[in-house]
Ligand binder design. Sequence first.
Ligand SMILES: [Fe+2]
Length: 401
Amino acid sequence: MSIDQTLTSQERLADLDLDQLRRLVGLVEYDPDGDPFPVTGWDAVVWSVGNATQTALFFQAVFGMELVAYSGPETGNRDHQAYVLRSGAVRFVFQGGVDPASTLLDHHRRHGDGIVDIALEVPDVDRCIAHARAQGAKVLVEPQDLSDEHGTVRTAAIAVYGDTRHTLVDRSRYTGPYLPGYVARSSSRVKPEGKPTRLFQALDHVVGNVELGRMNEWVDFYNRIMGFTNMAEFVGEDIATEYSALMSKVVASGNHRVKFPLNEPAPGRKRSQIDEYLDFYGGPGAQHLALATDDILRTVDVLRAEGIQFLATPDSYYEDPALRARIGEVRVPIEELQSRGILVDRDSDGYLLQIFTKPLGDRPTVFFELIERHGSLGFGVGNFKALFEAIEREQAQRGNF
Ligand SMILES: [Fe+2]
């Protein structure tokens, strides 16, 4: 039995090691030999946005990300501009249409700013595609080699929920800054003195919102086609408020680097946050990305000072004796969490700290979570009720509740 101990190319670049990843995102050991669709980890999250030039600057200035590569008219790409940014092992690619006929502009018209591709690093693209095809997956891009002076990348893509895809990438024979077609590019922006260099180190999970009644289909898709295993499920009381409800199941790759909670709305007295998302995104799509940090207090302070708005947590959350008893000792006094609105959850493995931003774009769709894990491999189920009530307050202000 071989135990997978491989770092992704991004993790190596970020100087992360397996111990850090165990702490940050709950990485586990596993045997890839019996896995029909081995996944090493995240490759990139690719966004379609209305203005990639400005969005790239926003994620540098506010989220402290670093510009590393670029593709656009100057590099021979007349269709769109694309900026590749990184923070630790996290890679975001922001694409915006240049040619009025670009299909990216159609995507943006339908969905607004959103995630088009959750790309995964795999050791063997052909093996994954052969298995996926045999299991009935829709192959959007057949396995192909892309080459330039830095070597060769083998990629392919399969369709998942809505207009979202998973591109599979084997970059073991490639040393370039991102993909052929991209050139290395660093920022002309001057970092303010004293601003921390890395506000988050790794991607913990990406949540998909799917239509009513289809969550189990997508769980089955990830089980059968991609060999993912079920990690957790949340149904019933845990995940309902007085007014609205949803259901959620979490699937994970063998090593738990890649975790996909999948949500569907559940019938309630009012409109669920998932229904609001589906209406405004124009169908299923990626709802939130959880960014793992080793210092959530510092990250929240910096982001708040930059103007990022977080969901408000009422003081009653921190004053609840049942919550205080349940969370026990955490690394800072609870007042430090309260003043920042950071939530705590504890299970038998440990605890986690988390907080959620408001949607970052114009539509009430995609948002971010920050997460600092201390042993807990959970998703903050103890906070779902408080969190959903906060979301309902926001939904009501938008007139969508
Ligand atoms: Fe989450």
